[in-house]
Design a protein around this ligand. Sequence first.
Ligand SMILES: Nc1ncnc2c1ncn2[C@@H]1O[C@H](COP(=O)(O)OP(=O)(O)OP(=O)(O)O)[C@@H](O)[C@H]1O
Ligand SMILES: [Mg+2]
Length: 255
Amino acid sequence: MRQQLHETVSSLDHLNDSLADQVRERTQQLRTVVARLMQAQEEERRRVARDLHDETAQGLTALGVILDAVALDAMEDRDRALKGLRGVREEVRRLVAETRRLAYALRPSVLDDAGLVPALRWCAEAYLEPKGVHVTLDAPHPELRFPEPVEVALFRIGQEAMSNIAKHAQASHAWLSLESEGGWVMLTVRDDGVGFDASQMAGEDGPLQGRGLGLAGMKERVDLLGGRLHVSSLPGKGTTVTAYVPAGRWEEEKE
Ligand SMILES: Nc1ncnc2c1ncn2[C@@H]1O[C@H](COP(=O)(O)OP(=O)(O)OP(=O)(O)O)[C@@H](O)[C@H]1O
Ligand SMILES: [Mg+2]
C-alpha cells in the first residue's frame, strides 16, 4: 500500500516536472514572439518617423524659407512675389498629397470601405505602376468581403509582396489573383523579375529568415490565421508568393 502510494506520488512529481518544463518552453516561445512584434513595431515607427521627417517636415521648412523670400519681395517686386506665391501653392499641394499618401499607406480607408480587391488595386497603382510595372489583377468576385483579420492579413501580405517587387524585382509585369473556394481564400502575387534563391530562406514549415522583416512578417500573419505561405523564386525566373488562409464566415457586400 505504502509502496503504491510512493509510486503514485513519484509519477505525479514526474508529471508536474514535465508540465513545468512545457510551461517554461511555451513562455519562452511567447517571449520570442512578443520580442519580434515589438521589433516590427519599432521598425514601422522608424519608417513613419523617417517619412515624416524627410518628406513633411523638410517640405514645411522649405516652405518657410520661400515665404520669407516672398515677404521681402512683396515690398520690392510685386511680380516676383506673385511668382513666389505660385511656387508656395505648388509646394503646399505636393505636401498635402504626400501627407495623404503617408496616412493612406498606414491604413488605406479603401480597405474598410470597399474591401480587399479595391485595396489591392490601389496598392498596385501606388507601388507598381509608377515603376512601370504592368499589373494584371484577376479577382472573379471583387465584391466579396471576408472577416476583418483575413482582409487585413491578405492586404498586408499583398502590400509587402508588391513593395518587394517595386524594390527588388526589376519586373515588367506582375500578376495578382484572389480566389476563394470551399471556405479558403488564396492570394497570389507573381512577377517576371530577377527572382532570388528562395530555398535559402523559405522552408514551408521552418522560419523564414530573410535580410528584412517582410517575408517573415507574411509568414507570421498566415500562421496566426492557421493558413500556409509559399514563396517560390529562382534567380532569373521571377517570384511567386501564395498565401492560403481559411476565409472564416464571409458575406457579399451589402448595399
Ligand atoms: N519579388 C522579389 N524579387 C526579387 N527579390 C526579392 C523579391 N521579394 C523578396 N526578394 C529578396 O528577398 C529578400 C528578403 O525580402 P524581405 O521582404 O524579407 O526583406 P526586404 O524587402 O529586403 O526588407 P523589408 O521587407 O524589411 O523592408 C529581399 O532583400 C530580396 O533580396
Ligand atoms: Mg520587403
